[in-house]
Design a protein around this ligand. Sequence first.
Ligand code: DAH
Length: 360
Amino acid sequence: MTDIDQIKAEALSAIGAATTLEALDAERVRLLGKQGQVTALLKSLGGMSPEQRQSEGPRINGLREAVSDAIASRKAALEGAALEARLASERIDLSLPAPERPRGSVHPVSQVMDELAEIFADMGFAVATGPEIEDDWHNFTALNIPETHPARAMHDTFYFPGQMDRDGRRMLLRTHTSPVQIRTMTSQQPPIRVIAPGRVYRSDSDATHTPMFHQIEGLVIDRGIHLGHLKWTLETFLKAFFERDDVVLRLRPSYFPFTEPSAEVDVGYSLKDGKRVIGGSEGWMEVLGSGVVHPRVIRACGLDPDEYSGFAFGTGVDRLAMLKYGMDDLRAFFDGDLRWLRHYGFQALDVPTLSGGVGA
Ligand code: DAH
């Protein structure tokens, strides 16, 4: 049957003329698809007499085979050509100079925050956040600092004169990250394990104080949490942060309205060539405030203090950065001096990991 020869000749030339994989696939569908030309011929075998089938069967099957072989080899050729073209277009000249490395650097505060997140994530803490513009209740009252409390005066708060909260009190720039404790306890159920790094504001400015600085808060709330859990957590954290096993902690009784008992935590240092080095106990440096969460704070958040207890801590991120990386003037952190940033900044790709050393 010349018919079949003709179909074959046409099919092979169409396949040969396909210049893209898409065009080739369209040909495959036209010939071998469900409604395809060759498929129709194959189907017609069913309606033939045995004699006819004997003579036409091999020719039609031969046609199918020739067509699928042609498609396969055309496909291989097109794919090969596409690969060649890609290799040619992606060729790089290794003798060219390397691209300049990125000029920006990661600020030590960002670096330390990333280090802290990495250390605490390993202990099962999540990162919590809260607004920098706070209301009086979250920043003070719920933290057991009522209107008349002297601690309010100590905070040198920036208030928004014309902007009132629901209770008719002036909105303010949060003076610490502790309100995130309240926001967390009022929005999720225990067990709670969070850290909250962020910016805080106080009207204060000298070599060790800037009106904006950074704190990190920690909060754990569950059944049966006590001071021992706090001490272990802080010890583990400070050893990981300073990357030394000989970090010695001293818990000094103190007072914070939102914790009872409260403790200030000092780390020991030794003197090497007149410089303070973390480790040992020749002298002590205060690094954070902490304590067992006051039952009133737990109750203010709608939880039962007879059922739940917890610990909290808070510290300055800038101060931690200064201690670890040896800077002595806090104001330089916020001057934006490129020489300082180049010297103390971290490379963008130096992501802190516990395995690689958080400060590496
Ligand atoms: N909020 C305190 C401050 O700004 C720091 C602090 C002390 C936070 C003790 C705590 C804590 O969570 O338990 O000075």
